[in-house]
Design a protein around this ligand. Structure first.
Ligand code: HEM
Ligand SMILES: *[C@@H]1O[C@H](CO)[C@@H](O)[C@H](O)[C@H]1NC(C)=O
Ligand SMILES: *[C@@H]1O[C@H](CO)[C@@H](O)[C@H](O)[C@H]1NC(C)=O
Ligand SMILES: *[C@@H]1O[C@H](CO)[C@@H](O)[C@H](O)[C@H]1NC(C)=O
Ligand SMILES: *[C@@H]1O[C@H](CO)[C@@H](O)[C@H](O)[C@H]1NC(C)=O
Ligand SMILES: *[C@@H]1O[C@H](CO)[C@@H](O)[C@H](O)[C@H]1NC(C)=O
Ligand SMILES: *[C@@H]1O[C@H](CO)[C@@H](O)[C@H](O)[C@H]1NC(C)=O
Length: 283
C-alpha cells in the first residue's frame, strides 16, 4: 500500500466512522461560523474548515485521531485512509498532550508544517499559521484563462512557490518529505474541493476554501460522491508528481522520516526517481 508520505500496512479493523453519506448529513447543524478569537485555528485549511462547520469542535481544541477521522468522512467523504491516520499521528507529535491536539499546535515547524506552502508564509519569514493573500496569489492566479485548477496547474504552483520562497528564505527546507507533503496537499484541494477522479476543481470553490475556510455549499459545492480512499487519492497524487517538471532537494539535509508502525516498512514512495538525497532511502 502506497501513500505519498510513507508506506504503511493497512489497518484492516473497521474504525467505526463509516455510514455517513451525502444524504445523511444534516447540513443545518453544520453551517459555517467564523471562529471566535479564542478558538484554535492552524495552518491546515482543511481542518480549519471542518471546525468552522462544526465537524471538528468549533473551539479547535481537544481533537483526537478518531475525531479527525470521523470529521473528514462526514464533511468530505474522505475515508480514514493510511495517509489520514498518519497525519493524525503526526499531529499528536506536535503536542505534549498524550491523546489530543489543538489546531494551532499543528504549526510546529518540521513535523507536518513545512516551507513553501500555498497559503501561508514560511516560519522563517513570518506567520506560518494564518492565511497570507500574497502567498496565495500564486495558486489563485494559476491556470489563467479557464475557471478551474487542475493537475497541471497544481504542479506549476508547486514549482513557482519554491522558486519564490527560495529568493526570500535562505534556509528553505525542501527535502522529499516537504515535496511529498505539497503533492498531497495539492491532491487534497483538487480532490476534496474538486473532483477526485479528474483532479479538476472550480477556482471559485478553491478560493472560498482557502480564503474563507468555508465549504462553498451555497455556490454549488457538494461532498465527493465517490469516497476518497487510498486508491483514487494515490492516482491523483501520482499524476501531480508526474506533472512536476522540476524538483530537486535543497536546503538543510535532514532525515525526513519517522517510523510510525512496528510492522510497517519505512519505505519511501518512489515519487522522485533517481535522487541521491539521503531522504530517498531508509535513512
Ligand atoms: C481531508 C482532510 C484534509 C484536507 C482537505 C487538508 C488540506 C490541506 C491543504 C490544502 C493544505 C495546504 C495548505 C497550504 O499549503 O497553504 C494543508 C496543510 C496542512 N495540513 Fe491539512 N488537510 C486535511 C487533513 C489534515 C490532517 C488530518 C492533518 C493533521 C492532523 C493536517 C495537517 C496539516 C498541516 C499541519 C498543514 C500545514 C502544512 C504547511 O503548509 O506547512 N491536515 N492541508
Ligand atoms: C472544545 O470543545 C470540545 C467539544 O465541544 C470540548 O469537549 C472541549 O472541552 C473544548 N475545549 C476547550 C479547551 O474549551
Ligand atoms: C482539552 O484540552 C486542554 C488543552 O490541552 C486540556 O487542558 C483539557 O484538559 C482538555 N479537555 C479534555 C476534556 O480532554
Ligand atoms: C505574507 O507573505 C509575504 C510573501 O512571502 C511576506 O512578505 C509577508 O511578510 C507575509 N506576511 C506575514 C504576516 O507573514
Ligand atoms: C489543465 O488546464 C489547462 C488549461 O485549460 C490545460 O492546458 C491542461 O492541459 C490541463 N491539464 C490537464 C491534466 O488536463
Ligand atoms: C534552518 O533549518 C533547519 C532545519 O529545519 C533548522 O534546524 C535550523 O535551525 C534553521 N536555521 C535557521 C538559521 O533558521
Ligand atoms: C468527476 O468527474 C467525472 C467525469 O466527468 C464524473 O463522472 C463524476 O461524477 C465527477 N465526480 C464528482 C465527485 O464530481
Amino acid at each position: 500500500m502506497k501513500s505519498f508520505l510513507v508506506s504503511l500496512i493497512a489497518l484492516t479493523a473497521s474504525i467505526g466512522v463509516r455510514g455517513a453519506t451525502s444524504d445523511s448529513i444534516d447540513w443545518s447543524a453544520h453551517q459555517w461560523q467564523a471562529p471566535l478569537p479564542t478558538d484554535s485555528r492552524g495552518p491546515c485549511p482543511g481542518l480549519n474548515t471542518l471546525a468552522n462547520h462544526g465537524f471538528l469542535p468549533r473551539n479547535g481544541s481537544n481533537i483526537t485521531i478518531p475525531i479527525v477521522l470521523a470529521a473528514i468522512k462526514a464533511g468530505f467523504n474522505h475515508e480514514p485512509t493510511s495517509l489520514m491516520r498518519t497525519a493524525g499521528k503526526l499531529g499528536l507529535l506536535t503536542t505534549d498532550n498524550p491523546d489530543h491536539f489543538a489546531l494551532e499546535e499543528l504549526a510546529l515547524h518540521g513535523t507536518i508544517e513545512h516551507d513553501a506552502s500555498f497559503s501561508r508564509s514560511d516560519l522563517a519569514i513570518g506567520d506560518n499559521i494564518h492565511f497570507n493573500a500574497t502567498v496565495f496569489a500564486t495558486l489563485k492566479n494559476s491556470n489563467p484563462g479557464v475557471d478551474y485548477y487542475n493537475i497541471t496547474s497544481a504542479a506549476q504552483v508547486m514549482v513557482q512557490r519554491l522558486a519564490e520562497d527560495s529568493l526570500i528564505n535562505p534556509n528553505l527546507t525542501n527535502t522529499i518529505k516537504e515535496f511529498s507533503a505539497r503533492v498531497g496537499e495539492s491532491g487534497l484541494y483538487l480532490g476534496v474541493i474538486g473532483n477526485i477522479t479528474t483532479g479538476v476543481a472550480p477556482k471559485k470553490f478553491v478560493q472560498i476554501f482557502f480564503e474563507q475556510e468555508r465549504l462553498p455549499l451555497e455556490e454549488g459545492w457538494h461532498r465527493s460522491d465517490v469516497p476518497i480512499d487510498d486508491d483514487n487519492f494515490n492516482k491523483l497524487t501520482n499524476a501531480i508528481t508526474q506533472a512536476v517538471t522540476e524538483w530537486a532537494p535543497s536546503g538543510p539535509i535532514v532525515c525526513p522520516w519517522v517510523r510510525l508502525q512496528p510492522e510497517g516498512p519505512v519505505t519511501l514512495v518512489p515519487l522522485v526517481v533517481g535522487t541521491d538525497h539521503p531522504g530517498a532511502d531508509n535513512s
